[in-house]
Design a protein around this ligand. Sequence first.
Ligand SMILES: Nc1ncnc2c1ncn2[C@@H]1O[C@H](COP(=O)(O)OP(=O)(O)OP(=O)(O)O)[C@@H](O)[C@H]1O
Ligand SMILES: [Mg+2]
Length: 317
Amino acid sequence: MAVIAVYSMKGGVGKTTIAVDLAWRFSQTGGHNTLLYDLDPQGGSGFLLGHEERKLQRAVSAFHHNRAPRDLIEPTRYDGLSLIGADQSLRDLPVQLARIGSRKRLAQMLNFMKGEYSRIVLDCPPMINEVSEQIMEAADLIVVPLPASPLAARAFGFICKELAKNPGHPPVLPVLSMYDKRRKLHRWVRENAGANWPVIPQSSHVEQVAVRREPIAAFANWSPASKGFEHLHAALEAKLAQMGLAGTPGGGQRALPRPQAEPAATPASESARVVPIRESAPARQAAPNGGRQADRPDALRVPPPADDGLSRRAFSF
Ligand SMILES: Nc1ncnc2c1ncn2[C@@H]1O[C@H](COP(=O)(O)OP(=O)(O)OP(=O)(O)O)[C@@H](O)[C@H]1O
Ligand SMILES: [Mg+2]
């Protein structure tokens, strides 16, 4: 079993969109029995998968002593993809966890489900508190979506600092999210700090995911945004294999939506190049503090990660 957390303390950066797409790809493309666990009271994951809001608000009950989250698991319309949806009861989760006093409650809960799921994807709330501590404890990999903005970079700095407290922290993969190559700031980040990060372009097709409540690959699998998600999924699988967490796909490749023909013209804003993570070595040298500082406006400077070891891990993944 591998636990992949999609986390940032910053809101609205694309966590839920990425978590749902990844869970969908792990199950449909990779054939892995996958559980998508929504830990955010907003309940966005269930919404994107077309689920109705639960009448009984009981998501927090999974964390009670002597309770397993199993009875909260719902099937989705996709074979091999299950969901533990969120509801407003999760607003009490930080208090609940403080009361329980175990830093590993989430990790223990997920361990119970080891045999059933080879991939568990956590859609995380935008907070840094007891919940995020549990997430960092439970995760094998942490994906951090980062739009090209100084505030997002600052939030990433906080995350790195928090992770650095634990020398055995899981590897971190920053993802340049909502990338628009027409914007100077976005291009700067893309060419400098984010040179070896996967890229998810800003795209009306991604917006449509929330309107249609289906994965992008179901209606625009030809689009650069869908290709960006595809590369992110491939990069994660490669990393999991390297970590000895490849697992065995339970159901083989499942029925994928029929590919659509690519329209003649693709909107300019969506033609971001997706950089495979394996190209990381040369790019690492161009990461923050790697020269060329002189021509960077101060506001665009990404804060250096907390320590060198972390920097190597975070930027090289
Ligand atoms: N690449 C993208 N292009 C265009 N719109 C996007 C992209 N990624 C996400 N969005 C849109 O941005 C909004 C926020 O995305 P999402 O809910 O995934 O972020 P989040 O980090 O989970 O937010 P929160 O912190 O509130 O949980 C949504 O309306 C989503 O459709
Ligand atoms: Mg979210």
